[in-house]
Each structure stands twice: as C-alpha cells, then as structure tokens.
Design a protein around this ligand. Sequence first.
Ligand SMILES: [Cu+2]
Length: 139
Amino acid sequence: MVAITGTKEKSGYPWILLLLACAVITAGSITAAADDTRKFIIHLSDYRFHPDAIEVVAGKPVELTLVNDDRITPHNFTLKAPDAGLDLSANISAGETATLRFTPRTAGSYVFYCNKKLLFMKSHRARGMEGKLTVRPAS
Ligand SMILES: [Cu+2]
C-alpha cells in the first residue's frame, strides 16, 4: 500500500519546479532554434567567459549573446581567424549585452578572447579571459 502524505508532497512540489528550472537554465546555454540557428549565451565577468568553450557546426548559423555581468569593467569578444572566414569583434560595456551573428564555414578550433587592457595592468586575456570555439564538420 502506498500512503501519500498530502502536505509533505505539496511542500516538496516547489523544489521539484526549482530543480527543473535549474536544469532548463543549465541547458539554456545551448538552445536549438527552429530556424537552425545555434544560440549561445556567454556571460563575461571577473576576466572570464562563461562558458569558455562552445561547439558549433560548419554551415549552421550561430548567434552569440554576450552579457557583461561586471559593474564597471568593459569587456570584449574577439575572434580573428581570417583563413576560416571568421573576423568577430564586439565591445560590451559593464551591465550591457551585445549580439554577434555569423556562420562558420571551416571546421577547426579557434581561440576567442577579450582584447581589453587598462593602462599598465595585465590585459584581460593575460588574466585568462579567453575561450575556444570548436567548429565541427557538417555531417
Ligand atoms: Cu575583458
């Protein structure tokens, strides 16, 4: 016999919703869109990209939403791989969001980084603000 204790079940319910919401948010960095565009949200803060590794497919359009979570520090997203047809750069002021759209054509692994540097301080890239874009061949 299964006894269901009504009040306990009800009090546990919101936690299940919260867990589900967390799962959705975690999976939300990689959202499949109906129009085939691969969408990513990258957060920039504390001299890091979150996530700092993203994987896309050659020939499929990509949309990167770049969110600067810092209060003062401006950041940037730069990816220079002219041989692969990738020449991306976007500045994102503190608290702001920018969007980059592109379609990678050549499979490979490409480094992106923040090009910001304040006077005599170490560059953001030198502090570790870089990541990797992996372009898989179209199947
Ligand atoms: Cu930066």
